[in-house]
Design a binder for this molecule. Structure first.
Ligand code: PLP
Length: 326
């Protein structure tokens, strides 16, 4: 929902470019190195969308005919139009993700189930922050327990909002991603770039990742104009996520006042996502829209409100008034 800032549009206009199909776009290269560095991996790839980053990760880590462990409500499972089935020929072994994290005993059981003639598990996919549980970040203990339970199998970290997790917990992205083989982040959304996501990999997987991007139609040409916006987002729009988090918390307070039966616990709202249940979900979203506030539902009877770069204090006040007037 964000629009590129003036500084972003200037950076895009001035970007040095080349043909990234040949690996010759200097701005894309700079962005790939900056991201890989930031998340503590060897190399990274600039891709058009977060969905493509997840799909490439599936093709890198999920062997055909195997199962990939993930949370029931993760983006890669339910919000990618069933792409896994056609892109990777893997099946899902789904675990509950009500509070965002995957229980490590569930992961152990999934991996051990091969002994009982279940499909072998090739990888574990997690989401941090986990959007459907209200943008909750994984705790350090949960990340450690997962790495332990997963053993030598690869983990993919869907870190579409990884930097929100970093800011909310104080645990740097590279540490959060330490147990993961691959990690992705959206430069769009809260970070404010108009297009693009990053996928970081170990050095031995980056060539294959480039081939998979090509196969999915994601190799671009003078994409430095887009990468320039992403670079600016990485440099200037991470620390300010704190503001989004504070505003989401204020929104949550207004929601709890208006929907005391929703069960929303303000202590769980630590990033930029407010998710809550109400039988009036659709009516409420329509009411907000009529008052100039855009929100959505992520499941029947479940509302999602988000804060981002373009929601300032005046917009927050306006949104809170719209919540109260329902
Ligand atoms: C948005 C999102 C994606 C996909 O990103 P797109 O750029 O919209 O394809 C993947 N994972 C999570 C957790 C997301 O929120």
């Amino acid at each position: 929902m964000t629009r590129p800032t003036d500084a972003m549009r200037r950076a895009m206009a001035e970007a040095e470019v080349g043909d990234d199909g040949y690996g010759e776009d200097p701005t894309v290269r700079t962005l790939e190195e900056a991201y890989a560095d930031r998340v503590g991996k060897d190399a990274a790839l600039f891709v058009p969308s977060g969905t493509m980053a997840n799909q490439i990760a599936l093709r890198l880590l999920g062997r055909a005919g195997t199962a990939v462990v993930a949370g029931r409500r993760q983006h890669v499972v339910i919000y990618e139009d069933g792409a896994a089935g056609t892109n990777a020929a893997t099946s899902w072994y789904l675990l509950d993700d009500d509070v965002g994290v995957l229980a490590s005993d569930g992961v152990r059981e999934a991996i051990a189930s091969e002994e009982h003639h279940w499909a072998p598990v090739s990888a574990v996919f997690i989401e941090d922050t986990h959007m459907p549980s209200g943008g909750r970040p994984w705790s350090r203990d949960a990340l450690d327990a997962l790495a332990d339970a997963t053993g030598s199998l690869p983990i993919h970290l869907d870190g579409a909002r990884l930097f929100n997790a970093e800011r909310a917990t104080g645990i740097p992205a590279a540490e959060r991603a330490a147990g993961a083989t691959t990690v992705m982040t959206c430069l769009s959304k809260g970070l404010g770039a108009p297009v693009g996501s990053m996928l970081a990999t170990p050095s031995e997987l980056i060539d294959q990742a480039r081939h998979e991007r090509k196969r999915l139609g994601g190799a671009m040409r003078q994409s430095g104009v887009l990468a320039a916006a992403g670079l600016l987002a990485l440099e200037h729009h991470i620390e300010r996520l704190d503001e989004d988090h504070a505003r989401a918390r204020a929104l949550a307070d207004a929601v709890i006042e208006r929907f005391p039966g929703s069960g929303l616990d303000p202590a769980t709202v630590t990033t930029n996502v407010v998710v809550f249940a109400t039988p009036d979900a659709t009516k409420f979203v329509d009411h907000l829209r009529a008052h100039g506030v855009l929100a959505g539902t992520i499941a029947p009877g479940v509302v999602r409100l988000m804060t981002h770069l373009d929601v300032d204090d005046a917009a927050l006040t306006h949104a809170i008034e719209a919540v109260r007037s329902f």
